[in-house]
Design a protein around this ligand. Structure first.
Ligand code: NAG
Ligand code: NAG
Length: 428
């Protein structure tokens, strides 16, 4: 996720909490019917159009002359998610050859748009296409391209009752099967996978809870891997997870809603939280400092593309689930509270993900200055993985978004990844 955005979101979460706490009586039992629905409270129907009207992945990719397609995939639990595909390279004219499949999954607050921001000279999706791959870009349920369901409406809380568990368990499983079932996919033994941030979490979830999917993976690249989160050093998470990282009145009020649709309400809130008298104005200044440090390291063109397309939409449960990890020190399923846990999991606490069952060839790419993915936490999950290769970034300043927009990402990340995939293809 994008750090300076994240700081502003943090402020928004804090504000939402203040609103919630002021509006709620602080008893232990909350009647779910009385949970305020922020989506309805602040919804401005016109504002939702602002992102829908802007350029989409089709335009971002097409602008560089590459062929691009949109595909709709229905998951086992009825969500309809969008994939974008660069089926072949117009430079290579390789449409009649067999092209190995590669699937790329974005992080929290993001969408497939992120992978187009660096353009054809540096961007992973374009470089892979020009290396002869059949490139697929995922979109998690709930984001701007995946707000659809066979029966549920996005204006009903039931639509938003999911975290990254369901994104991994259902969405990623469905899209792997979908790409392998295409004409080009038939006869291929598996796919190459690249994920950033939450795009790695969902891979850990799927491969540990449905281990049969490991057979469909040729190589997997985790950029800024996020499984355990005890050492995460993010100001927002440190500040808020003591409140939201457990099942309690706060988390009940915050759960299962759309988190921050891109609308006028959000923009107005961003403005007001950054006024000097605001209790959370420190979030805003911390984001300014970050920007200064990042100057000269990030591709500013790509950064502004990304600002224009985020937040791309998600459920508050994705955030709660991460905060639970931060508090519990476990990488495990969503904590619904003892009573519902007993019903859902048969135990009082949620089930841990058996990451030792992940037999795929795992490449972990990680940096020392990554506030979301601390080195200790990466090493902890790595210890459990039977088939891994560690790629530690030498640059001590390397942070979470460097994996997408660092101006040297081509040489330091993208070309090495393509080399690994090419070697795999050459020997098989
Ligand atoms: C930044 O990305 C743009 C594409 O969005 C590209 O045209 C430009 O060359 C990149 N600049 C640097 C310094 O890498
Ligand atoms: C949702 O998916 C259905 C079935 O594919 C489709 O008919 C409908 O147009 C989609 N709605 C939106 C808003 O994309």
């Amino acid at each position: 996720m994008y750090r300076s955005h994240f700081a502003v979101f943090a402020a928004l979460v804090a504000i939402s909490l203040v609103i919630i706490v002021q509006g709620a009586s602080l008893s232990d039992e909350v009647d779910p019917a009385e949970v305020p629905d922020f989506y309805e409270l602040f919804n401005n129907p016109d504002a939702h159009l602002s992102l829908t009207d802007g350029p989409d992945t089709i335009q971002f990719v097409g602008a560089h002359g590459y062929p691009v397609e949109r595909h709709y995939v229905t998951t086992e639990d009825g969500y309809i998610v969008s994939l974008f595909r660069i089926p072949y390279s117009h430079n290579l004219q390789n449409q009649d050859e067999k092209r190995p499949i590669v699937f790329i999954q974005h992080g929290l607050f993001a969408s497939s748009d992120f992978w187009t921001s660096m353009g054809p000279n540096d961007g992973l999706a374009f470089l892979l296409s020009d290396a002869g791959y059949d490139v697929w870009l995922g979109n998690a349920r709930g984001n701007r391209y995946s707000r659809n369901h066979t029966t549920r409406s996005t204006s009903h809380p039931d639509f938003w009752r999911f975290s990254w568990h369901e994104i991994g368990y259902f969405d990623i499983a469905a899209v792997i099967d979908y790409t392998l079932a295409t004409e080009n996919g038939q006869g291929q033994e598996g796919i190459h996978y690249v994920g950033h941030s939450q795009g790695t979490t969902v891979f850990f979830v799927l491969m540990s809870s449905r281990p049969e999917y490991n057979q469909k993976i040729k190589t997997a690249h985790m950029l800024a891997p996020v499984a355990f989160m005890d050492h995460m050093d993010d100001f927002m998470v440190n500040t808020l997870s003591p409140y939201l990282g457990f099942h309690n009145v706060y988390s009940t009020l915050f759960c299962s809603q759309e988190f921050l649709p891109y609308n006028d309400f959000v923009l107005a809130l961003m403005y007001s939280v950054c006024l000097p008298n605001s209790i959370v104005s420190s979030f805003c200044s911390s984001s300014e400092e970050t920007t200064v440090i990042e100057l000269g390291r990030k591709n500013t063109t790509a950064d502004s593309v990304i600002s224009g397309v985020s937040p791309a939409g998600l459920s508050t449960d994705q955030i709660l689930h991460y905060m639970q990890e931060h508090q519990s020190g476990h990488f495990r399923q969503f904590d619904f509270g003892t009573k519902k846990n007993l019903k859902v999991y048969g135990t009082e606490t949620p089930t841990d993900y058996p990451t030792e069952l992940i037999t795929s060839e795992m490449h972990l790419w990680y940096g020392d200055n990554d506030e979301m993915s601390a080195v200790e936490d990466v090493l902890r999950v790595a210890e459990t993985l039977p088939n891994k290769v560690m790629h530690h970034m030498e640059d001590p300043l390397w942070d979470h978004m460097d994996f997408v927009t660092n101006w040297e990402v081509r040489q330091l990340i993208n070309e090495p990844i393509i080399d690994i995939m090419n070697k795999y293809e050459a020997k098989s």
